[in-house]
Design a protein around this ligand. Structure first.
Ligand SMILES: [Fe+2]
Length: 220
């Protein structure tokens, strides 16, 4: 005769099973969750004609010898998921105005003053580290907006993620309506990063670090 399990023990046993099932079926349930990078509007100036060169060096177009005008900035960061794991094969795109406030777009303001040596747009495909890197210029303001760099992340099978990166300490940030519309101060502050001089640079280059945390955890 099988030993009898009374109803209380049986209930404990079932609860125990339910607990262990929860441990095994919810990967990352107890991993530290990062704050996802806030999405922002794409705006109307994503290039309507892509440049001939779409690499990650926006300062020089193809084999050009004249560099773009502006404060040269190395913009880098890591694309991660909510648990901090790097995301590979993420196509990071940036676009921004040139030093005269002109986008690479036929409808841009200041089109006639556009810097023909500034690429205005670039792409970088992440590897296993999730890292991306661009050489670009420190963004400048244009009427109605504080300086910003538009950033998109494209991953196969997912909706495009779009946001903007801002300069810490820029006086225009306080008056910017897109930034002001963000209710969550932590999420807003995460979009605003230092553009700091690189100590070893003899030509006064700047560095900015903008990590992008996507609001998902990958399938187990
Ligand atoms: Fe913009």
């Amino acid at each position: 005769m099988a030993p009898r399990i009374d109803s209380l023990d049986r209930r404990r046993l079932m609860q125990g099973l339910a607990m262990s099932a929860a441990f095994f079926t919810v990967p990352g349930a107890f991993a530290q969750q990062l704050l996802p990078t806030a999405a922002q509007v794409e705006g109307p100036f994503y290039p309507n004609h892509l440049p001939l060169d779409t690499d990650n060096d926006l300062i020089v177009i193809n084999d050009g010898i004249t560099p773009a005008v502006g404060a040269i900035t190395l913009l880098s960061g890591r694309v991660m998921d909510l648990s901090g794991q790097p995301v590979r094969n993420a196509l990071v795109e940036i676009w921004q105005v040139d030093n005269s406030g002109a986008y690479l777009h036929t409808g841009s303001m200041n089109r006639d003053k556009r810097d023909a040596n500034f690429q205005g747009f670039g792409r970088f495909l992440t590897g296993s580290s999730g890292e991306y890197l661009f050489r670009t210029i420190k963004p400048v303001p244009y009427p109605g907006r504080t300086p910003h760099i538009h950033v998109a992340v494209k991953i196969k099978g997912r909706d495009k993620f779009v946001t903007q990166c801002y300069i810490k300490g820029d006086p225009g940030n306080e008056k910017d309506q897109i930034l002001a519309a963000m209710q969550d101060a932590k999420a807003r502050d995460a979009l605003i990063v230092p553009f700091a001089p690189i100590p070893s640079s003899k030509i006064g280059e700047l560095a900015a670090r903008f990590d992008i945390i996507l609001g998902f955890t990958p399938a187990a």
